[in-house]
Design a binder for this molecule. Structure first.
Ligand code: MN
Length: 513
């Protein structure tokens, strides 16, 4: 079980009633305990499922929902109706519930025992109509939830619950995320800006400005010995590759990069922040040639790469939305095999065989998606206020299918957009020493990229090989924001119709709220 989920629980509530007698409820209680134990022993769901008993009346349902709201360890509630649990019994509890909800349409018994089947057996295995009665009230009350259908012992059903569990853990985490902006958004950029107040109301993330001058106070206090120790760690982890800048400049720049990392790390810890943004025009004193200069001597790209790998959210150029989203994708991705990163659309490759898009950033891509051991390199970077030799990790990324996600502010709402992509092998780029990935949006480059633009997508994104669009759809449902996915079935005319439908839906939805 991944460490990030250790302190969390999912609460299982079985809906029943006393119509069939107390004895029946006792048996159902036993069945429920066995099912919950089965889910935990399956090893598929990364969050512990805790059985909270049968709920047999409106009062009992309301009490358990209020308890779930107030339990910080409870990331979500799983409900299952073993029998005909009259749904009016759920109205007050569902009105109260603030945690993510999953409705598991399953049954204790698998196959009907045809030759011995009698009415007693039926009374104990009535989910077929009990879950439907419950589903009706959820729909009538417009309660957002995930409905998982399948036998409780099946891996497929448990995998669906696992997806929801990871998302619930990320939503729970988002509530406590504080994102520090070292500097503001890059001037004139629209897509990285937005309504930070609405962002916190809707999604939970709290975004604050943090003075670069205060960050520089931290930098001043980093000692040479501390930086040297961190450089030793770099030597263990990465391939040291010294090129045109020469040995002296290489080690000076790497050491300064280590100092920047230590300073940023300390601010985040002291401020209780788990996400941050930078701005390459705001790195301390402006003039690096001034005799009393103090500041970052280079863009702190290496620090961003390394901190992202540890789960700290990051967005470049003041992109606080992507910084927060990266934090959440990392939480969801815990323990899954292929990894995630912040990425940016950089250069198109209109090739005869297959058009693709090169993903990179000036520096800031996390080695979690690397296909080989990262090389620690120092090269000149002619962008932003510094234009200096700059340390960075260089690698190419794994191949295979993945999904990129973003959140944009449309003025009246947030829209979460995903795009399924196929990552392919790039050709060697000896003159571009940065981390990168090369992908083809699905179903084709033309349709995938076109739909992303029509949806108003960003050039920055949170990318993962493991976190599919299904996770993001659950995420958007839990957060109460719009979701739109681009995949192998997307057509441009169908997608445009979906955008128009959503426009009306959210206009009306807003009016109802
Ligand atoms: Mn960028």
């Amino acid at each position: 079980m991944a460490k990030a989920f250790e302190n969390l629980e999912l609460w299982w509530i079985t809906g029943a009633q006393l119509l069939y007698g107390g004895e029946t409820v006792k048996i159902v209680d036993g069945h429920s305990q066995e099912m919950v134990a089965g889910l935990n022993e399956g090893g598929v769901i990364p969050v512990k499922v805790v059985y909270k008993g049968t709920a047999n009346s409106s009062k009992e349902v309301e009490a358990i929902m209020l308890e779930a709201n107030n339990a910080p360890q409870c990331a979500g509630v799983i409900t299952w109706m073993h029998t005909f649990s009259p749904a009016k019994m759920w109205i007050k509890g569902l009105q109260r519930l603030k945690k993510p909800l999953l409705h598991f349409h399953t049954q204790y018994n698998a196959e009907i025992p045809w030759s011995t089947m009698d009415m007693d057996f039926m009374n104990l295995n009535q989910s077929a109509h009990g879950d439907i009665e419950y589903g009706h009230i959820c729909t009538r009350m417009r309660i957002p939830r995930k409905v998982v259908v399948g036998y409780w012992k099946s891996k497929e059903a448990q995998e669906k619950i696992a997806i929801w569990a990871r998302v619930a853990a990320a939503v729970n985490d988002a509530h406590d995320v504080r994102c520090l902006m070292f500097g503001m958004n890059m001037n004139n950029v629209a897509v990285t800006d937005g309504d930070r107040v609405e962002f916190e109301q809707r999604l939970g993330y709290h975004v604050d400005y943090y003075p670069v001058s205060s960050l520089m106070d931290y930098l001043k206090k980093v000692t040479d010995a501390e930086a040297d120790a961190l450089v030793e760690e770099y030597k263990q982890l990465y391939t040291i590759k010294i090129d045109e800048c020469g040995e002296q400049v290489y080690w000076e720049k790497v050491k300064n990069a280590a100092k920047a990392e230590i300073a940023i790390r300390r601010v985040l810890k002291d401020e209780g922040a788990t996400a941050f943004t930078t701005n390459f025009d705001d790195l301390g004193d402006a003039d690096i040639t001034a005799p009393d200069f103090f500041g970052f001597d280079q863009i702190p790209g290496l620090a961003c790469q390394r901190l992202m790998a540890e789960g700290i959210g990051f967005g470049a150029e003041g992109d606080w939305k992507t910084a927060c989203l990266y934090r959440s994708i990392w939480v969801m991705n815990q323990g899954l095999p292929k990894g995630c990163s912040f990425l940016e659309d950089y250069t198109l490759n209109f090739a005869e065989d297959c058009t693709s898009s090169l993903q990179s950033h000036m520096l800031e891509v996390t080695p979690l998606i690397a296909s080989d051991k990262p090389k620690l390199e120092v090269h000149f970077l002619g962008i932003g206020i510094r234009k200096q030799e700059t340390a960075r990790l260089v690698f190419t990324s794994k191949t295979g299918s993945g999904c990129k996600a973003t959140i944009v502010d449309l003025g009246n709402r947030f829209r979460l957009i995903t795009s399924d992509v196929e990552c392919i092998e790039p050709k060697p780029m000896p003159k571009l020493p940065v981390a990168s990935a090369l992908w083809v949006p699905q179903p084709t480059f033309e349709i995938g990229a076109g739909a992303w633009i029509l949806a108003g997508g960003t050039h920055h994104s949170a990318f993962s090989y493991d976190i599919t669009a299904e996770y993001w759809e659950d995420f958007a449902d839990m957060m109460g924001i719009e979701f739109i996915g681009i995949n192998k079935d997307t057509t441009i005319s169908g997608f445009k119709q979906q955008l128009r439908n959503n426009e009306i839906y959210y206009m009306l939805n807003k009016a109802l709220m």
